[in-house]
Design a protein around this ligand. Structure first.
Ligand SMILES: NC(=O)c1ccc[n+]([C@@H]2O[C@H](COP(=O)([O-])OP(=O)(O)OC[C@H]3O[C@@H](n4cnc5c(N)ncnc54)[C@H](OP(=O)(O)O)[C@@H]3O)[C@@H](O)[C@H]2O)c1
Length: 283
């Protein structure tokens, strides 16, 4: 049985990834208290002891606000910690997947769908950290695979403290009289986290480099939710357009998926997956 090391196992993605692969792999998924990725010596010690064949690195400071407010706290985790993981994986010949973000496309002055070759110049601390981590990880380990993830969601909450997401917020608003207002100046992919996790195994076969990794979507968020409601036979009159958010700087961080698709990786479109998951709410 292959040994798989997963970081960030108390987080949204790491917890689900560990649960999904624990039967097919010998999984070691340490919490931060068992492996602080900023501690290079400890990272190497864990590799020495566990001898992983593959690594899925999900640990991060993932909240944009936290990075903006405390870059001294987030940089060592998002950049140095990721580089520690990539370097140790190279040293111990383990294939390493690292989680990047579609946020690196923000502010590059181009319309989506964005491809991996485009120049990027993210204006946020989180985006700069993700961009720098990509560069530094590939420098120490050219065989590592960096996956630019879009905003992920699940239909289930696994742990009371985990952060919310697009789908579960929509589901809870549907239960109440809360307004359902979505931006028209915002285009991005929204991805079912379970598709990301299933596709990790195929991503382990990719050659080193950067890959967009999530559901394609060409519609703005209001249009996406409206199309979902229409497909499910729900009343679209509950929805309203949010015309203010992103009006001055329209956001389009939608991704071109051709490179990962050429590598044999497929995602449902954002709309198809939302409709499929939306059926669990209506039934
Ligand atoms: N969620 C999304 O929609 C999304 C979208 C695009 C990209 N991503 C990227 O995908 C990855 C996973 O995201 P997520 O949503 O699962 O994040 P998350 O829920 O915030 O989980 C992050 C995990 O990292 C751990 N961690 C933080 N500092 C650490 C350290 N020094 N050493 C070891 N572990 C540490 C946290 O542990 P504690 O709980 O103990 O703090 C937590 O388990 C991240 O790289 C994120 O940037 C996520």
């Amino acid at each position: 049985m292959k040994r798989l090391l997963i970081t960030g196992a108390s987080g949204f993605l790491g917890r689900r990834t560990a649960a999904f692969y624990h039967e097919a792999y010998d999984v070691f998924a340490p919490a931060r208290t068992e492996l602080d990725i900023t501690d290079r010596g400890h990272v190497y010690e864990v590799f020495r002891q566990f001898q992983p064949h593959c690594v899925i690195h999900c640990a991060a400071v993932s909240e944009l606000d936290k990075c903006e407010k405390d870059p001294e706290g987030s940089w060592p985790v998002n950049v140095d910690g990721s580089r520690n993981m990539a370097a140790a994986a190279a040293e111990f010949s383990a294939k390493c997947l690292l989680c990047g973000s579609d946020q690196v496309y923000l502010g590059n002055g181009r319309k989506g769908p964005h491809s991996e070759e485009e120049p990027i110049a993210p204006p946020t601390v989180y985006g700069v950290e993700k961009k720098t981590a990509e560069k530094e990880c590939l420098a120490v380990n050219p065989d590592c695979v960096i996956l630019r993830l879009s905003w992920m969601y699940d239909t289930r909450t696994l742990f009371p403290q985990e952060h919310g997401d697009f789908f579960r917020t929509l589901a809870s608003r549907l239960q109440s009289a809360a307004p359902l207002s979505y931006p028209i100046h915002d285009i991005r992919g929204l991805t079912d986290v379970n598709e990301v996790i299933r596709n990790f195994e195929n991503a382990l076969e990719l050659k080193g480099g950067i890959y967009n990794f999530g559901s394609p979507n060409h519609m703005n968020t209001y249009e996406t939710v409206r199309a979902m409601f229409t497909a499910l036979g729900w009343d679209p009159h509950r929805l309203s357009k949010n015309e203010e958010d992103f009006a001055e700087n329209p956001r389009d961080i939608s991704m071109d998926l051709r490179r990962s698709s050429d590598g044999g990786i497929e995602f449902s479109s954002t709309l198809d997956a939302l409709v499929r998951n939306g059926r669990t709410l209506s039934s």
